[in-house]
Structure formats: structure tokens, C-alpha cells
Design a protein around this ligand. Sequence first.
Ligand SMILES: [Zn+2]
Length: 224
Amino acid sequence: MYHNVGEKGRRLNVSPQGLERQCRMLEWLRFRVMPLRELAEHLPHQRLPRRTAVFTFDDALLGVYEYALPILSRHGWTGTVFAVSQRLGGETDWTEDYRHRVMSREHLLILHQAGWEVGAHTLTHPYLTHLPPDDARREIEQCRCELEELTGAGVISFCYPYGDCNDAVVQMVREAGYQAACTVRKGLVGLQDNPFTLPRVHVAYSDGATGLLYRLWRAWRRTR
Ligand SMILES: [Zn+2]
């Protein structure tokens, strides 16, 4: 799980050099990298390809366009970006420490055309469990419609803002037609996982290749 990529050591950033080293390490370990939508296709059939990694970037922040797109492209890989559809071209008004610039609609389209997956992260990044059900449903459904209109492609992946979800919210995501959803729960995806509450491995600014390797190892230990 990534948010932004940038030179400054802000809480949601990973440095471009760190991301590059992580890519090289995954390549050296012969990982396959795919967008979440491809991994999600395997889950209902109870089979998962071995050594597979999915790069997810929450909030569609500008540094992902500036740094992660060229870095992953050099390795022939694409990622999944979760967009807050009514904040495109603006700033994050949900982060406390620092306001990150959000990609514009044009940036998101370029990512989509480069083969990246555009997933949904609601209209305005609320705590979904705090909203009246009709409002939560609207955040989940309308975001999908807006992103599908923008890219002209189906949107099947969702990500809960702040990882905030309960049974009712998970059910709404399922009913809205998504096929997979990410939380902020730490771990590796396994066949025992519900496709609508997938865990992830968190990556921090100071993580280079060894930092990510350690986190993967720790997550692997936890799931055994
Ligand atoms: Zn977010």
C-alpha cells in the first residue's frame, strides 16, 4: 500500500529512489506484478499465482503520476490507483499534516491509457461507517459512475477511505458491482481472504528494498 511518491519525507510519501530499489528487488526475486483487477479474477476460482505483487496507490496523488508511472513502466509493470473522484485536480482535504496535490482528470486518463487500473476511493474520502446509509451508498456508487465516465472503462476495484468499513459498508460495495476491495489491514492476500476486505503491506518513506523485504517477510510469517 502506497500513497504518494516524492522527495520530501512526508508521512504519505515514499521516495522515488526507494520505489526504484523496491522494484529492482521484486524483479530480482522474480515477482510478477499485476493490477488488482487481474488478481481479483483469480480469487473466486480459489487459485492465486505464486509470487505476485500488486502496487496500490491510494488517493491518486500527483507524485504517482510524476514518479511511479515512469518507474513502474521501466520494469514493464502497471499499478492500481484509487481515485477520489470529486477531488481530482485539487488537494487532499482529508490529510491533517500536509495537503498533497491530487492528479487531474488528464493525469488519470494518461495512467489509464498506459494500462494502469483506475479504482474507486469514493467521491470525497469520508469515513463511510459514520455516514447515513444512503450517503455512504452514494459515495460508493457514484464514484464508480464518475470514473467509468472519465476512462470509458469498467471500474471493479474499491478502496475504503482510512480502511473504515463494517459489514453494511462491505455489502454496499459488493452490491455496487465491484469485485474486490482493499482495507488497511496488514497482511498478504491468501485464498482464505474475502475479496472485499483484502489486506495489504504498508510501505513507509524510509523503506528501501530491505525495508519492503522485511515487511513482506513479517506479513508472510503472520499469515502462516
Ligand atoms: Zn485514502
